[in-house]
Write a protein that binds this ligand. Structure first.
Ligand code: BEZ
Length: 239
């Protein structure tokens, strides 16, 4: 009964549009002050349930092998689990020295992994979801913009490994929406047509229907071409 009460307690969770909750923490790359240390950059803050577990290992290898790709779109990665620093260090060393998976080997994780044994950060970010597991973080992903605002959140249960191409697509879509004041339709990929805002936000419905650059399916549904190179020029960082 007591346990049920505990599991159903009300917790606060940050939402899209909120400022990312602040914290200081020890990580495998030294201490961080979040999100202040990432001002001017996009950051993906993500949690995993536990070190030395198979799904998490496959995820870390995949994310680490994509770190440069994220860096090119001004995006840093920050991981977290409710394990301690020595466990993190031993697990990452094991990954580098022993694990070969889907053509990935000798994988070095160079992004910070937060020590959150006290669950302080995990609680702040709603990463502990007791009806899934009360002692481990779920697989949460927070996309935070250069001003420290949470722009998207995705949660996965313990058993489901994330799709990292989708996480990259989310970052590129958010940056494209900001740079060109557009929205991105279902399954959008860079180079695909984008959605132009609703009538009123950019011309009347009649003006929009007559605009040759736009393809209007109806007054509320207009798309336009957005060249891949134009998007890349806007979002790629010269590094
Ligand atoms: C895993 O990463 O394999 C895992 C971790 C916690 C619970 C279930 C699976």
């Amino acid at each position: 009964m007591e346990q049920n009460k505990e599991q159903n307690k009300t917790v606060s969770m940050p939402r899209i549009g909120d400022a990312a909750p602040e914290f200081k923490a020890s990580t495998t790359q030294g201490d961080i002050h979040f999100p202040a240390d990432y001002k001017g950059e996009w950051v993906i803050l993500f949690s995993h349930p536990a070190d030395f577990t198979p799904v998490c290992t496959s995820e870390f290898m995949t994310f680490a092998s994509m770190e440069d790709k994220f860096a090119k779109v001004n995006t840093k990665l920050v991981g977290l689990s409710v394990d301690g620093l020595y466990s993190h260090i031993a697990w990452l060393r094991t990954i580098k020295e022993k694990i070969e998976y889907r053509g990935m080997k000798d994988i070095e994780v160079n992004f910070p992994l937060i020590d959150d044994v006290g669950m302080n950060v995990a609680e702040k970010y709603g990463m502990i979801q007791p009806n899934e597991d009360s002692t481990k973080a779920v697989r949460a992903v927070f996309f935070i913009d250069p001003k420290g605002i949470i722009r998207s959140i995705i949660y996965y249960p313990l058993s489901l490994g994330r799709n990292f191409d989708e996480l990259y697509r989310v970052i590129v879509a958010l940056q494209t929406a900001d740079a060109f004041e557009v929205a991105t339709p279902a399954d959008w990929q860079i180079g695909d047509d984008v959605i132009v805002g609703p009538a009123g936000s950019c011309g009347t419905a009649k003006e929009r229907m007559e605009d040759e650059d736009m393809d209007c399916k109806d007054w509320f549904f207009c798309t336009k071409k957005l060249d891949k190179q134009k998007v890349l020029n806007a979002i790629m960082k010269n590094i």
